[in-house]
Design a protein around this ligand. Structure first.
Ligand code: HEC
Ligand code: HEC
Ligand code: HEC
Ligand code: HEC
Length: 461
């Protein structure tokens, strides 16, 4: 978060900004530690919303979804996606019916080049709660079809990938039509771009201390200039083996030198086979370099450190400050909620809000404590704080002493302590405004894996 204001002014300062493409390969919003920590969720969602606002301001073109971005629940991520003015991409995140949950790819034109951006989410295990509702398809099942479909509509095919470095390599080796892979989350360190076949794999370290800039000169050949380095490495190995083979030959050949040692003879024969392989490979490379690509595409790479001396973007600073204020307000409201003596109980609201009371009393919230009683769990401190009004896991011990009419998810669980308001409605408004993060305090992904604020709030009264 801290680096965002510097990142923003750095991006503003980059030349030819009309031709710039602003991308992120994912794992921006949440981390895995959130899973199993419901108390951190509301705060994390407020922070993530501010990040989306900042990326909107910076004019991002697209980001990919990382597996960890699901740690606050699918719905939280979908809500963030609707807040963003750029797409959240994932071509392989699907529901249990195999239907896509997010935009798989997008086509953008920049500097006269038609660019296809595809998002891929990492395949490693999902945070526990989501594995039942969200699936990650292997890239092999989705990528070939998409690339076949879009290669005619685009000049440059780019993947924003959360997959492992190994999988990204496999894609590069197997899919000639993928030109560029930005990988995320593999290493904390910056890595120099790597060219594999005709795919460039690039990554900036993920601790937010650097802004990676890849400058691409893409040409009609759609072929990267092959680096000299790979041929030189092969040439070195070839020379070394050649020298050794020559020495054996001078001593009378392998049958003589290794006549009492079968194992060494075998090792030698293997090396000789490798020598011939290398010879062919180097010859082919040299030919390719000559024949291919009269006008190769080139790139240069730069990592800009987000040093303290980089100016802060005032608009982003303001945005982050507002977000902190929102989070503080939320914390104050929650702290307020904890003071049980401000509560009066749902029945006291009925005299003035009868229709709401009647509607609420038909819902599961009204019988949430009974649900625990029926299972003999009403004294279980691990359960009771979500099934009553005004407690959280740190105050659950107060449950046995609380008034009977607070033993439900009552009006005040969402509207805040209402004693003052009920006594003097025109002077004291209800103390809390319901907010999606409030519901998620109890409707954690673990307890309710398909919570949807817009749909579910219609069912509460
Ligand atoms: C003595 C009557 C009375 C009682 C009791 C009462 N309210 Fe109200 N409430 C009002 C009035 C009057 C308003 C303002 C109505 C309006 O502006 O439309 C109001 C407004 C509200 C609003 C809407 C605020 C808004 O911004 O639109 C909520 C929520 C609310 N009350 C919740 C409660 C809860 C929860 C309780 C029980 C703890 C409660 N009320 C008890 C009279 C009462
Ligand atoms: C204090 C914890 C708590 C808060 C806050 C809370 N809920 Fe609930 N909610 C529950 C519990 C517990 C149940 C299940 C009650 C039962 O079945 O006994 C539930 C059940 C529901 C149900 C019924 C689900 C069903 O399948 O029958 C809906 C809908 C719902 N909540 C929506 C919301 C919304 C929307 C919000 C926020 C505006 C919210 N809840 C806030 C604890 C909470
Ligand atoms: C973090 C808050 C939270 C805690 C802690 C919690 N619940 Fe719930 N519980 C909920 C919510 C939210 C729902 C509604 C889920 C839904 O709408 O699908 C619910 C629903 C239920 C239901 C009814 C739905 C069903 O699955 O049959 C039962 C029973 C239940 N909880 C029992 C328990 C027990 C027993 C414990 C303690 C071991 C517990 N709960 C702890 C939030 C919580
Ligand atoms: C689970 C959370 C939850 C519970 C429980 C709950 N409310 Fe609400 N209430 C909300 C939310 C969320 C809204 C705002 C709805 C919206 O945005 O459409 C709301 C809106 C209201 C309003 C304003 C309605 C309007 O149309 O302006 C009143 C009044 C109100 N609630 C009273 C009550 C009373 C009285 C109770 C108990 C009988 C109660 N609420 C229980 C979450 C809750």
């Amino acid at each position: 978060m801290g680096g965002l204001s510097k990142k923003s002014s750095l991006l503003k300062g980059l030349a030819t900004s009309a031709d710039i493409l602003k991308l992120d390969a994912g794992t921006l919003f949440f981390d895995e530690k959130l899973t199993g920590q419901p108390r951190r969720l509301p705060q994390a969602i407020i922070t993530a919303s501010a990040m989306v606002d900042a990326y909107n301001l910076m004019g991002y073109d697209a980001i990919a979804i990382g597996r960890q971005d699901l740690s606050a629940g699918l719905h939280a991520l979908q809500t963030l996606a609707t807040r963003a003015s750029f797409p959240f991409l994932s071509a392989n995140l699907v529901d249990t019916n195999g239907s896509l949950l997010f935009t798989p790819f997008t086509l953008i034109e920049r500097a006269g080049i038609r660019i296809a951006l595809i998002g891929l989410t990492g395949q490693t295990n999902l945070p526990g709660a989501y594995s039942d509702t969200v699936k990650i398809s292997p890239w092999q099942h989705v990528l070939p079809q998409i690339v076949a479909k879009i290669s005619t509509k685009s000049d440059l095919v780019v993947i924003l990938s959360n997959l492992s470095a190994l999988e990204n390599r496999e894609i590069a080796e197997q899919m000639a039509d993928v030109h560029l892979i930005f990988q995320s989350g593999v290493s904390k360190q910056n890595m120099r771009p790597q060219l594999i076949n005709n795919t460039l794999i690039s990554q900036a370290g993920h601790d937010g201390r650097y802004q990676g800039q890849l400058t691409v000169h893409w040409t009609a050949s759609q072929k990267w200039q092959q680096g000299e380095t790979s041929r030189l490495t092969l040439q070195k190995e070839y020379d070394r083996l050649g020298w050794m083979i020559n020495r054996v030959r001078k001593k009378g050949g392998p049958q003589v030198v290794y006549k009492d040692n079968g194992a060494n003879l075998n090792a030698f024969l293997k090396k000789r086979a490798r020598y011939h392989e290398l010879e062919a490979e180097i010859k082919k490379m040299a030919q390719d370099e000559k024949m291919n690509t009269p006008d190769p595409a080139t790139y240069s790479n730069h990592f800009h450190p987000l040093l303290p001396s980089v100016k802060d973007d005032a608009a982003i600073i303001r945005l982050l400050k507002e977000s902190r204020q929102r989070a503080n307000k939320m914390r104050r409201q929650v702290a307020e909620t904890k003071r049980l003596n401000g509560y009066i109980g749902s029945s006291a609201c009925r005299s003035c809000h009868d229709p709401m009371y009647l509607a609420w009393s038909q819902t599961a919230h009204a019988t949430s404590y009974k649900t625990l009683q029926d299972r003999d769990q009403n004294n279980n401190l691990n359960c009771v704080y979500c099934h009553v009004t005004g407690l959280d896991d740190s105050t659950a011990y107060l449950a046995p002493s609380m008034a009977g009419n607070l033993r439900a998810v009552g009006c005040e669980a969402c509207h805040g302590p209402g004693k003052e308001h009920a006594a003097n409605p025109n002077l004291a408004p209800p103390s809390m405004t319901p907010h999606p993060a409030l519901c998620i305090n109890c409707h954690t992904p673990q307890r309710d894996d398909n919570f949807n604020y817009m749909l579910d709030k219609a069912k509460i009264h």
